[in-house]
Design a protein around this ligand. Structure first.
Ligand SMILES: Nc1ncnc2c1ncn2[C@@H]1O[C@H](COP(=O)(O)OP(=O)(O)OP(=O)(O)O)[C@@H](O)[C@H]1O
Ligand SMILES: [Mg+2]
Length: 286
């Protein structure tokens, strides 16, 4: 088990002295290998707060998160001794807002910062930067640019490159494709599926796009008002009635299939995953 949440509660302090409870009694296990997880839920449901616990960026108010055998509790820092750096290398977290992550004067310096911090030589870090910048769909010229003068989508790609350069065991991405054009989104999702399939790494993606969930995820987690309300397969999730209660959409392919069934007054034997699968089913009945 790579990451284990046990009875995790987390509260943000408020200005008026009261606390805002953002995570409630979370129990969750994440494997190191083979999972492609999407984390969904309406705005403010606690998704970003949850993933920030996965590499000890924040500590639980109560309960514990064990990351590669190291138990993180509220007073962990005070106890000293615990080295968090290796955890941050093993669980790479790409922030929802790239501005939180980019701070160096050039893209190159930004990308090599992480690997160098974890002991990679300058030369090897530069080599990695030249590779990962291409993987995220930008050419090498970008390495010379200032990260602050890039478009939103370019900043997002650079922040992803910076985490890929650390070669983490688990890749956690907080809304990595928001604000990207459709091709950019599909290219990046292909990159994440390649990392998952070829390197057998666990990838966790926060998204509001149910098509992504349905097409790619092997497991889906749903947050609702600070609680983890679903942990299972996407196919089962979208056949439950809870979708509306949790303010989630259904994927386009499911919606089209249902409309067709209604209009043709038939019931298909299975729920297609792609439009091509749907064509095959339609051909069988007409
Ligand atoms: N720094 C903070 N201080 C106080 N409250 C916060 C802070 N960050 C987040 N919150 C609150 O905690 C709750 C969960 O926030 P979080 O960012 O985890 O939600 P989210 O599910 O990622 O939402 P989104 O889909 O909009 O990114 C929200 O109600 C939010 O207002
Ligand atoms: Mg968020």
């Amino acid at each position: 088990m790579a990451i284990k949440f046990e009875q995790v509660n987390f509260s943000y302090p408020s200005f008026d002295g009261t606390n805002f409870s953002a995570l409630k009694d979370i129990n969750l296990e994440i494997n190191e290998f083979g999972e492609f997880i999407t984390l969904i839920g309406e705005t403010g449901s606690g998704k970003s707060t949850l993933v920030q616990h996965m590499n000890a960026l924040v500590r639980p108010t109560t309960g514990s998160v064990t990351i590669y055998g190291i138990k993180i509790e509220n007073d962990t820092k005070k106890k000293g001794k615990v080295k968090l750096n290796p955890l941050r290398q093993r669980v790479g977290l790409v922030f929802q807002f790239p501005e939180y992550q980019l701070f160096e004067e050039t893209v190159l310096k930004d990308i090599i910062f992480g690997p160098k911090n974890f002991g990679v030589s300058n030369e090897d870090a530069i080599k990695r930067a030249k590779e990962v910048i291409k993987h995220v769909g930008l050419d090498e010229e970008y390495l010379k640019r200032s990260p602050f003068n890039l478009s939103g989508g370019e900043k997002k790609r650079v922040s992803i490159a910076g985490i890929l350069a650390m070669e983490p065991d688990i890749l956690v991405l907080d809304e990595p494709t928001s604000g990207l054009d459709p091709k950019g989104r599909d290219d990046l999702l292909k990159l994440f599926t390649d990392i998952h399939r070829k390197l057998n790494k666990t990838v966790i993606i926060i998204t509001h796009d149910m098509n992504t969930v349905y097409k790619y995820a092997s497991r889906v987690l749903v947050m609702n008002d600070g609680s983890l309300v679903y942990d299972g397969k996407p196919t089962e999730l979208f056949s439950t009635n809870n979708i509306e209660n949790w303010n989630l959409d259904i994927p386009d392919i499911i919606s089209i299939t249902r409309q067709l069934e209604e209009r043709l007054n038939i019931k298909f034997n299975s729920q297609p995953k792609t439009i091509e699968d749907l064509f095959i089913l339609v051909k069988e009945v007409i």
